[in-house]
Write a protein that binds this ligand. Structure first.
Ligand code: E4P
Length: 225
């Protein structure tokens, strides 16, 4: 099970990535727009994230072009700037699937994004995607059970021996993360805020306080009668 951070907020990422068990970072144009004030900052921002992740962590960067040629050209630039091991995130549009297919055949790592149905996930997997990213909260918002969509995608991939992994995305609360973990997701990408919420429990804090108080109450030496 992989846990990635869906963020380009360097300060928030720096507070988690070096010391916590994180597997990578995903971004999209909206996330990038929140983290920078001009397009010229973007390469530097992504390079800083790459540096923070080191050699081990995965970095998924989304294309912004909508046409086949545009997506292919952008994928080349992303690869040149951020290394061979970067995952190119491509929305599952008609042009996106064509691009995904071409890139996957060249051995380039690809993540199919903006996935809302098992059928879109199946097409992306057949085209050679390494990951598909179903948007759980955006489905839940429409009264469609996002975790059920994740479970069905996983079942189809398992039943037909498709190697594509499920990277569940778009979360607003930890109950949604919990449900997709039980639904067979191979990975989740969550905000830094949700990561901290997953770790925190008030009773853990109270228990630790009690341990500290009781430990401090033991006298340094035995008291003599
Ligand atoms: C996934 O890869 C997307 O970046 C993301 O999770 C979309 O989530 P949102 O619904 O929080 O924007």
């Amino acid at each position: 099970m992989l846990i990635l951070l869906d963020s380009a907020d360097l300060q928030a990422l720096r507070g988690i990535i070096p010391d916590h068990p994180l597997d990578g970072v995903t971004t999209n144009p909206t996330i990038i727009s929140r983290a920078c004030s001009g397009k010229r900052e973007i390469p530097g921002l992504l390079r800083s994230i790459r540096g923070l992740l080191g050699n081990e962590g995965m970095l998924h960067i989304q294309v912004t072009a909508a046409t086949l040629d545009g997506i292919l050209a952008e994928a080349e630039t992303i690869k040149e700037q951020f290394g061979e091991d970067v995952y190119i995130k491509i929305p599952v549009t008609s042009e996106g699937i064509k691009a995904l297919s071409i890139l996957a055949k060249k051995g380039i790592r690809v993540t199919a994004t903006a996935v809302f149905t098992p059928q879109q996930a199946l097409i992306a997997a057949k085209a050679g995607a390494d990951f598909v990213a179903p948007y759980v909260n955006r489905l839940d918002d429409l009264a469609v059970d996002g975790s059920r969509v994740v479970r069905e995608i996983k079942q189809i991939f398992t039943d037909y021996s498709l190697k594509t992994r499920v990277l569940a995305a778009s979360f607003r609360n930890i109950e949604q993360v919990h449900r997709v973990c039980l639904s067979g997701a191979d990975a989740v990408t969550i905000s830094p805020e949700l990561y901290w919420k997953m770790l925190f429990h008030p009773l853990t804090a109270v228990s630790v306080e009690e341990f500290e108080r009781d430990w401090a109450a033991i006298p340094e030496r035995e008291e003599r009668n």
